[in-house]
Design a binder for this molecule. Structure first.
Ligand SMILES: Nc1ncnc2c1ncn2[C@@H]1O[C@H](COP(=O)(O)OP(=O)(O)OP(=O)(O)O)[C@@H](O)[C@H]1O
Ligand SMILES: [Mg+2]
Length: 540
């Protein structure tokens, strides 16, 4: 390594640990987390490589490596990453294929003693079999620390310097850094377990009936794609706060599910989450639903009524389709967000609320601001913590487990067990673009569950051929809402083109003049789909 680094001051040390904890937490892939840690350490304790070994029953597992001179390849297997690093050191990686027993290893010693081992001259200080391998690669010094999780040593993390020894201060700092690293390792082991389970399901083509049966299905968020995991990390973070959250995503991606996950994981979970779908109500009624009304406030207001904000006190208010909020109500909502106060419709008493607001939209609100359809100031108040739920076609890895989950869930409701689904069917489901996202998939599987006989789930994939079917909606939602979803989905897929053979009108099986007038009536901005990503690769 190059110039000797300065020992950090206590304050720098604290900040460094904080930075490492933060950047490690952001990364789900362990190799990426190690890389981030090495980068943060660089100015203080330069290391040439970081290696994580975990305990896997009676064996050791080389878990991840990050080396300064060997760039990381995303998604690379641990074996291949280790091999590349060893080759770069002119070592022979063939030993990687041997199983390494826990017994007699440095890891076992550390598990027993919880000691950190510091080596200044490995070739002349071989204590364990692992050390000899490092010496063979020309590595001189090493700090090997326990990775502790829940009071248990789950493995070790080794900081390697090819030439030159670590000072005692450096070793102490590295020992401290191992705390946040242990959390990253534990997370990554958990994700791997999920992945393993998923792969097993795919291989055996069996449903986890028994296990899924016993569970309460409501509120499960199924899937383990990196894209979904990112969303769930955000959910966990923001659940601990009272921040306003804006959930964005196409129709049927699970926005409402995410909203209730945030609520359930928050300190407010003992109080209910109160919802209001702004698109499902006539615009004139939104204010009174939100803020309540006094007796006689308008025709039909025969009694004083509490609004959603009052009901959501101490809990969470979920405003669905917030983009449909009428402009007058937007002003009142802004005031609630700024001051926590509002009045009932037709009332003069000022009420307070401490409800936490979660809003959802399937539109790009930022683009509605310049056209005056959405208030700029309200947008910024809502956009404090945006969460974007990715469409299903961008996380196809989740499709098989979702199919299995919905088959188990809807099968259970029918008193049925499905154990198999055709692999070719599964392939077709994975390839399809799912304009209606998870909801469309769920509806399809539910239909299949009803129609299938025996333990084999037979899915009618021919219905997926054109991809033209607008998403069907099982929930009570307004027709206008459904129509908007279908039209927006079609426009997205035709990049805003309305007429012609490849236009949205053809997809929706409507005359283009009818579609144009619907677009105007629903105030859909068809131009915003122009740059949209082409969803269907096979489109001509
Ligand atoms: N990851 C998931 N795991 C399990 N079920 C899911 C998942 N995502 C969505 N669902 C299910 O799909 C359906 C649609 O989800 P949800 O209503 O939350 O979507 P949405 O984004 O709010 O849709 P819309 O924009 O149409 O309101 C629900 O039945 C929900 O339970
Ligand atoms: Mg919704």
């Amino acid at each position: 390594m190059t110039a000797p680094a300065l020992p950090p001051s206590p304050e720098e040390r604290y900040l460094l640990l904080l930075r490492i904890a933060e950047s490690v937490n952001e990364r789900l892939e362990l190799a990426a987390a190690l890389e981030a840690a090495r980068f943060c350490l660089e100015p203080h304790v330069p290391v040439d490589a970081i290696v994580v070994i975990t305990i896997d029953g009676p064996r050791l597992r080389r878990h991840a490596i990050s080396a300064a001179k060997v760039p990381r390849v995303e998604g690379e297997s641990a074996r291949s990453a280790f091999a590349r690093v060893i080759e770069s050191l002119q070592g022979d990686p063939s030993f990687l294929d041997e199983e390494v027993p826990l017994e007699g290893s440095a890891v076992e010693y550390i598990r027993r003693t919880r000691e950190t081992l510091v080596y200044g001259d490995i070739p002349n200080d071989v204590r364990f079999p692992e050390d000899a391998r490092l010496a063979n690669c020309g590595i001189q010094s090493l700090v090997r620390c326990p990775l502790e999780r829940g009071g248990e040593v789950i493995g070790t993390i080794a900081y390697i310097r090819q030439h030159g020894a670590f000072s005692a201060e450096e070793a102490a700092l590295l020992e401290e850094v191992s705390g946040p690293m242990a959390a990253a390792v534990a997370n990554s082991l958990a994700y791997e377990e999920i992945d393993r389970l998923k792969t097993r399901l795919e291989e055996e083509n069996l449903f986890l009936r028994g296990e899924l049966d016993a569970r309460d299905f409501s509120g499960d968020i199924v899937g383990s794609s990196a894209a979904l995991r990112r969303v769930l990390t955000q959910v966990d973070r923001v659940a601990r706060t009272d921040s306003t959250v804006l959930i964005e995503g196409e129709t049927g991606t699970g926005k409402e599910l995410i909203a209730s996950a945030i609520h359930k994981r928050s300190a407010r979970s003992r109080r209910p989450m109160i919802s209001l779908n702004c698109a499902a109500l006539p615009p004139g009624l939104v204010a009174s639903e939100l803020f309540g009304h006094e007796k006689g406030a308008f025709t039909g207001a025969i009694q004083r009524r509490a609004g959603r904000f009052e009901l959501a006190r101490g809990g969470t208010l979920f405003l669905d389709e917030v983009g449909d909020l009428p402009l007058e109500v937007q002003a009142a909502l802004l005031r609630v967000l700024q001051e926590g106060t509002f009045e009932r419709v037709g009332g003069s008493e000022t009420l307070r609320t401490d409800a936490r607001l979660i809003a959802a939209t399937n539109r790009d609100l930022a683009r509605e601001v310049p056209d005056g359809r959405f208030r700029n100031d309200l947008f910024y108040r809502l956009n404090v913590f945006p969460i974007s739920v990715p469409p299903l076609r961008d996380r196809r890895e989740d499709i098989p487990i979702l199919v299995e989950y919905f088959a188990a869930r809807h099968g259970a409701a029918l008193g049925r067990r499905f154990r198999r689904v055709d692999r070719r069917t599964m392939d077709a489901l994975v390839r399809y673009d799912w304009p209606g996202n998870v909801r469309e998939l769920e509806n399809l599987v539910e239909r299949a569950a009803i129609l299938s006989e025996g333990d084999r789930l037979v899915v009618d994939v021919s219905a997926l051929g054109s991809g033209a079917a607008p998403p069907t909606d099982r929930r009570p939602s307004s027709l206008r809402d459904q129509e908007r979803h279908a039209i927006e989905d079609a426009l997205r897929r035709t990049r805003g083109r309305v007429s012609g053979r490849n236009g949205a009108a053809t997809l929706l099986d409507l005359p283009s003049t009818t579609l144009e007038s619907k677009i105007r009536k629903l105030k859909i901005d068809k131009y915003r789909f122009r740059g949209a990503r082409e969803a269907r690769p096979e489109s001509p």
